[in-house]
Design a protein around this ligand. Structure first.
Ligand SMILES: Cc1ncc(COP(=O)(O)O)c(C=O)c1O
Length: 500
């Protein structure tokens, strides 16, 4: 039975933080054991006479710290993280062998930055909202798959290329959209992430150059950086990858591969216009440079007209496209795919087989059922509608709340928007202050390749309802404005240099 906390509204510490501290202590002291259900937000709000939002904020913070887990439809449960037991029984079993010394170099420690950035109104994570997941439709899809005569073959080991019925479905769809020619084939992967990893292993060797957008999605940078590849960053402007700079870098650096995200790039949210895409294809063709097109956000267009993908525009067979169900549907199912020339897909499938034999069949079968039953289409409509509202909220929030002179991109889809703060503001330095006020974002340093952008930061808006986006931006606006005023005051206080 949960003891009720004594919260004091007169303290400097906000109520949600007091509530968080209370649960934190109860869990650590073992008074709330692992697996224990904690009261629903509505019930606790009533019992404590508080706003439900305060309870939700405390629960979100607890979840981001790994202390509780929320299961949609079932509630929140205590889930103390393993590190809490570091001094307990687990610690005594650790050996003296120094594993740290054996780790391959070059993996940046983003996990810490990401974990630290998880707070109350979190603009930190480019993932769909769990509250928009169509749980009942998903459960129906699972039930239909489990009760179908195919269940035995789903449970059997299968082809490295993917669960054949899903593969056929994706191939038919890709062909009808002009994404696949007769010479192309398709490999199902564990999300885009595995596709990128396999492509790196097949196409580039340590020391060779790969041209990527700067700033870039860290998961992509890490795949290549870890393999000892030389990362060449091409700047991203308001219209996506800057094609003139790319042409210069291709000439001077002679990369072996180019990776681009022409639709709603992560982290900037920018989209390349068709002319720029055609120019990029000409540059790549003339330099015999293969392109990996990451189209993970392509389905998430909320406003404006779709632009043909590089894969559709490619006349020379130099584009390989990677896609996934992660942003449109369920990132936890880990299902993505690669489309490219047959010979390349055959080699990728071999590599995949060495890694994990094949992607999990049950996830693939359920996604196929979800798509073929029309439920994916219904979900897509809902996601696009929510995305449109959230995009409007983030754009209008930036306009109304960020200090004059702040610049930001104007995405037409996807999950992210890029802000450039006025000099001399440093987004990483201001993050702590923003977190104290209950808002987080990821600073530009997380996405850097070569170009330092201390004033840059990413706002991931798609996972937050409009009113939280609005509230978060009002708080950020104040934090940045205070930062500017302090910087001005400090400049005024600097002693004038001696005149000699
Ligand atoms: C640009 C980009 N590529 C790849 C991924 C990984 O996607 P998946 O979940 O399909 O592996 C992400 C996830 O955030 C992403 O933003």
């Amino acid at each position: 039975m949960l003891r009720l906390p004594k919260l004091d509204p007169d303290l400097d510490q906000p109520l949600y933080k007091q509530l968080f501290d209370f649960f934190h202590e109860e869990i650590l002291a073992g008074r709330l054991p692992r697996g224990e259900k904690i009261p629903p937000t509505r019930e606790l709000a009533l019992r404590l006479g508080l706003n439900r939002m305060t309870i939700s904020s405390a629960y979100e913070l607890l979840e981001s710290e790994g202390l509780i887990r929320t299961h949609v439809g079932r509630g929140s449960f205590v889930a103390a993280p393993p590190e809490l037991f570091a001094d307990g029984p687990m610690a005594s079993s650790s050996s003296s062998f120094d594993w740290e010394k054996r780790f391959a170099p070059g993996l940046p420690n983003e996990a810490a930055a990401l974990a630290a950035a998880e707070t109350t109104i979190s603009f930190s994570s480019a993932r769909p909202s769990a509250e928009l997941f169509p749980i009942v439709a998903f459960q129906e899809s699972c039930r239909e798959v489990l009760l179908s005569p195919e269940v035995a073959s789903i449970l059997q080991l299968g082809s490295a290329h993917g669960y054949p019925p899903l593969r056929r479905h994706l191939i038919a769809e890709s062909r009808s959209r002009g994404l696949m020619t007769e010479d192309d084939d398709l490999l199902v992967t564990n999300g885009c992430q595995q596709a990128l990893d396999l492509l790196q292993r097949l196409l580039v060797r340590s020391g060779e150059g790969v041209l990527v957008e700067d700033p870039i999605y860290p998961g992509l940078r890490n795949v290549f950086a870890h393999a000892g590849v030389r990362l060449i960053g091409a700047p991203v402007g308001p219209q996506g990858l800057d094609v003139d700079s790319t042409a210069r870098l291709v000439r001077s650096e002679r990369p072996r591969l180019l990776v681009a995200t022409p639709n709603f790039q992560n982290p900037t949210g920018t989209t390349m216009p068709e002319t720029a895409r055609r120019q990029l294809l000409r540059i790549a063709r003339d330099a015999a440079l293969p392109i990996v097109e990451n189209d993970i956000y392509g389905e998430l267009r909320y406003v404006g007209q779709p632009v043909a993908t590089l894969k559709e525009l490619d006349e020379n067979g130099i584009v390989v496209q990677v896609k996934s169900f992660s942003k449109l549907a369920f990132p936890g199912l880990r299902v993505g795919w690669v489309i490219g020339p047959r010979a390349l897909i055959r080699r990728l499938a071999e590599l995949k087989q060495y890694t994990d034999l094949h992607t999990d069949h049950l996830s693939q079968a359920v996604l196929l059922r979800f798509a073929a039953s029309g439920r994916l289409e219904a979900h897509r409509r809902r996601i696009l509608e929510a995305g449109r509202t959230r995009l409007e909220a983030v754009l209008s929030g930036c306009e109304r709340h960020l200090p004059a002179g702040t610049r930001f991109t104007r995405p037409e889809g996807g999950m992210n928007l890029w802000v450039r703060l006025r000099e001399p503001l440093d987004a990483a330095a201001l993050l702590e202050r923003a977190q104290r006020e209950g808002v987080s974002y990821l600073p530009g340093s997380v996405f850097e390749v070569a170009l330092r952008q201390p004033g840059g930061l990413r706002l991931s808006f798609a996972g937050l309802p409009a009113e939280r986006i609005e509230r978060g931006l009002a708080i950020l606006g104040k934090v940045f404005q205070t930062g500017l005023e302090q910087a001005r005051a400090e400049r005024r206080e600097e002693p004038a240099p001696a005149i000699v």
